[in-house]
Design a protein around this ligand. Structure first.
Ligand code: PTJ
Length: 246
């Protein structure tokens, strides 16, 4: 492990990167997960490495959607498990959601490591591990098509962080409501989901856990298309501010 000087101007970002690298060394994160994180870092830089107003709006709407769901599921991949295992369990408790491990680059070794860290963080029941209850979602080629009959397959709301576009589209076709975290507001997932939280999952999950502790009922007037437009304008403003300081 490298020592990061505490005075480094981008300390938080380097600490997050270190979590990912540790996750890779401990078999949680796929090689491709490191690349995905690199892309995320670039977008995080553009949004100013802090939670924007539009992301806060999306977080509030996500808490309402999860609290009002009949059968919500939190889908866990390698990056998500490496970055916020404790928050996954807290959010599941606060919103009465199930937890399902569902991987794009699926291997038994990674599934086992992810299951272990979730259990160590307090998970009691984890879906997506029992082959007998697995079923295929149509419209996806990757391993992500294999889902749990009692988990994602029968869910009305699915939280899919750092997701690939194909599965988001397939889940939408299967009439699920989708919440995602994606630092890239232009990705297919960001554009297809019902609620897109354009923020680093490590910051946004903490806020979503806090928000989900409140007792929230009813519909929110949230509009994802409008909120995505705001998040793109926030990036533009941030860049203009930075350009003035060059
Ligand atoms: O663990 P697996 O096998 O299921 O694989 C997971 C990855 C992430 C490798 C897989 O889902 C993948 O390839 O995803 P993509 O298509 O690269 O999409 C990931 C998206 O998440 C990109 O738009 C990134 O900008 C974004 N992203 C990366 N890191 C973060 C992030 N968004 C929020 N918080 C982050 N920390």
């Amino acid at each position: 492990m490298t020592t990061i000087p505490k005075s480094h101007p981008r300390l938080n970002s380097l600490l997050i990167r270190e979590k990912l690298v540790n996750g890779f060394d401990n078999n949680l994160v796929a090689k491709e997960g490191l690349l995905a994180h690199g892309r995320g870092e670039a977008f995080d830089y553009l949004i100013g490495e802090k939670t924007s107003k539009s992301a806060k709006e999306a977080i509030k709407a996500a808490a309402i959607m999860l609290k009002n769901a009949e059968n919500s599921v939190i889908s866990v991949n390698g990056n998500f498990a490496a970055l916020c295992p404790k928050e996954i369990i807290q959010l599941a408790k606060n919103t009465d959601s199930k937890i399902e491990v569902n991987l794009f680059y699926s291997t038994e070794k990674r599934k086992k490591a992810i299951t272990e860290i979730l259990k160590k963080s307090g998970a009691k029941e984890i879906f997506g591990l029992n082959k007998k209850s697995s079923i295929k979602l149509s419209g996806i080629d990757s391993a992500r098509r294999i889902v749990d009959k009692n988990g994602i397959f029968s869910a009305d709301v699915v939280l899919v962080p750092l997701e690939d576009g194909d599965r988001t589209i397939a889940l939408k076709k299967a009439k699920k409501k989708i919440i995602t975290f994606d630092l890239n507001p232009l990705s297919r997932t960001a554009q297809t989901a019902d609620i897109t939280i354009v923020d680093n999952v490590i910051r946004a999950m903490k806020l979503l856990v806090k928000e989900s502790k409140k007792s929230i009922r009813g519909n929110s007037k949230y509009n994802n298309k409008k909120n995505l437009q705001v998040s793109i304008l926030e990036i533009k403003k941030n860049l203009e501010r930075q350009a003035k300081n060059v």
